[in-house]
Design a protein around this ligand. Structure first.
Ligand code: BTN
Length: 242
């Protein structure tokens, strides 16, 4: 059984998990509210009190040596989250945007972000010691601040009335089965959900158009232009048509 910690208010569930995981094997940390929620690329991750899922799973690899491929944490988490969303919102189309955003098609026929995943690993040399996977899912948030309202959405905005504790419990149960999953199968499923191959891609801060060639076995994305090839990892933001 994974040990659970729940807080009414905390700075960040990822930061708390990082503090305690050295003396644990696996933990899940959840909170009603985060005062310093973090997203990728030093961005903030916010949400109304008690409205959304703030969830971190952390594992200490010293104790569990069988699931060594750390990419599997990203692939399995993205799949567990998208599958949970599909259970609660069966009429809505969800996709994974490379590498780890989950988008929902809203009624204006556009995709908006409903969930983000922040994966952090602590290494000793090349050996992963600890993996910390933070998940934010917008559940009952009624409105978003103006700077993200055109790109973010919640299950409530899509017309679903979802009990946050039930959603949390169902996702938590999926983490209990994490190590039973096959890494290659997970990778293939994740790739097919992303469906990026052949799409035109731009990188943050540039208008140059690239073509997505392939997601490599380590999760990085190979892109090409007429003259160059480049490899993108989850530290970079890219744009492409869904
Ligand atoms: C992103 O899309 O940029 C990733 C967002 C991840 C947010 C979650 S909420 C729970 C966990 N705690 C944090 O501080 N961040 C992650």
């Amino acid at each position: 059984m994974i040990k659970n910690y729940h807080f009414t208010r905390i700075s960040s569930t990822n930061d708390y998990a990082r503090q305690i995981i050295e003396n644990e094997s696996e933990v899940i940390v959840t909170a009603d509210h985060q005062t310093n929620g973090r997203g990728r690329k030093e961005r903030q991750w916010q949400g109304d009190f008690g409205a959304n899922l703030f969830f971190t799973y952390a594992v200490n690899h010293k104790k569990i040596a069988t699931f060594k491929n750390i990419l599997s944490f990203l692939t399995s988490t993205s799949l567990m989250v998208i599958n949970t969303l599909r259970e609660f919102a069966p009429k809505t189309e969800f996709i994974i945007k490379y590498p780890n955003d989950i988008l929902a098609r809203n009624d204006k026929d556009r995709f908006k972000k409903i969930s983000g995943i922040l994966t952090e690993h602590i290494f000793q040399g090349n050996i992963p010691l600890i993996s910390i996977i933070g998940i934010g899912v917008n559940i009952n948030q009624k409105e978003f601040p103006p700077y993200i309202s055109s790109i973010a959405c919640s299950l409530a905005q899509l017309g679903y009335n979802v009990n946050l504790s039930t959603f949390t419990n169902i996702l938590q149960d999926k983490f209990e089965g994490l190590y039973l999953q096959d890494e290659i199968e997970l990778f293939e499923k994740w790739k097919s959900e992303i469906n990026i191959k052949g799409k035109l891609v731009t990188r943050d801060g540039s208008n140059k158009i690239w073509k997505a060639e392939e997601i490599l076995l380590d999760g990085r994305l190979l892109i090409s232009s007429d003259t160059d090839k480049a490899i993108i990892d989850d530290g970079e933001t890219i744009r492409y048509g869904m």
